[in-house]
Design a protein around this ligand. Structure first.
Ligand code: SF4
Length: 326
């Protein structure tokens, strides 16, 4: 099935209702990324990309504008247009140009969700600085833990990421940098990034970077590695309290649950829209109909057809079934 450049709308815990844009073509690869995170909701794949120069299937600014113009008027009540999806958006070096044209077309604020891997590059920072909001991942201040969690391509340098994040935060200019700190635990009891030592080191690193916001959260979807578990709400609150005492309540956001906001959406091809969403974000039945603003009864036959055709699969547990594109 052909994947669309613009997908959604999706409901997210951080951004409310947003329309997503994927800037690398999905030609057979489940994800186009230079990390292979243990918590990735898209599953595990072998890394084929390290830097923007490795990208063979980049979407062009013209393709983004045309696809966006076609779909965005079908959705009302958008909070953000978000560059994310099955790829690391900063791998596309035309990102800055795309952000500018999307803002001109819609007037809706633009967000880029990035794994931070290319922050050391000036051209990438320049692109990112066009966005109204950059949500950048930082899982640890300790390189060994960062490697264990992200399993990055060999050319990616941890220290350059920290320095790059600091540079981007300094650029300011009315734009916001939010650090997304995803806390994880391991089923085996092996410490990951939620220990006291890790939290102390993260605080030091965040103080050095000086972002506008810090988001504290844990996984909510089935991860690539089954042994990775979410941090308990109690521990997450403890960590958020420590961050608040260091950085102030106005800077720290504890992300626990998604907002549910209604939007009017005109549906042209429901099957294609459902597939496009599940390709970027595994969803439960409820999350799918809520995100796309459709009647649950119309969704059921679409999911059954996609399952029967082998285009999507069920993952998660009996009590919490997620649908994901294959
Ligand atoms: S979680 Fe994001 S950064 Fe990590 S492997 Fe998946 S797509 Fe890449």
């Amino acid at each position: 099935m052909k994947s669309r450049i613009v997908y959604g709308p999706i409901l997210s815990r951080r951004l409310g209702r947003s329309l997503g844009i994927d800037v690398i073509k999905n030609t057979g690869s489940k994800k186009n990324c230079n990390y292979d995170c243990i918590y990735c909701q898209l599953g595990h794949v072998e890394l084929k990309l390290g830097s923007p120069e490795d990208v063979k299937e980049a979407v062009t600014p013209k393709e983004v504008s045309e696809s966006f113009e076609k779909f965005y008027k079908d959705v009302e009540g958008l909070d953000y247009i978000t560059f994310s999806g099955t790829c690391e958006p900063s791998l596309n070096l035309s990102l800055g140009e795309m952000i500018q044209s999307i803002r001109e077309i819609s007037g809706v604020p633009v967000c880029v969700i990035t794994n931070s891997s290319l922050m050391g590059r000036e051209d990438v920072r320049k692109n990112l600085s066009q966005a109204d909001l950059v949500v950048a991942t930082l899982v640890s201040g300790i390189e060994k833990t960062w490697r264990k969690i992200h399993r990055p391509a060999p050319c990616i340098n941890f220290q350059e990421i920290i320095e790059g994040l600091r540079e981007l935060a300094k650029a300011g200019d009315g734009k916001k940098l939010a650090l997304e700190v995803m806390f994880l635990e391991s089923e085996t009891g092996e410490p990951l990034n939620s220990t006291d030592e890790e939290v102390d080191c993260l605080i030091k690193t965040i103080r050095y970077i000086c972002p506008d916001e810090i988001e504290v959260l844990t996984i909510s979807r089935p991860p690539a590695e089954k042994w990775v578990k979410p941090v308990s709400e109690e521990r997450l609150r403890e960590i958020a309290d420590r961050f608040i005492s260091e950085f102030g309540a106005e800077k720290v956001r504890l992300v626990l649950k998604g907002k549910k906001k209604k939007a009017k959406v005109l549906h042209r091809d429901l099957e294609e829209e459902v597939y496009a969403l599940l390709l970027r974000r595994p969803c439960t039945f409820e999350q799918t109909w809520q995100g796309l603003s459709i009647d649950p009864e119309s969704l059921r036959p679409v999911l059954e057809k996609l399952l029967a055709e082998g285009k999507i699969e069920e993952i998660g547990s009996k009590n919490s079934v997620y649908y994901r594109a294959k």
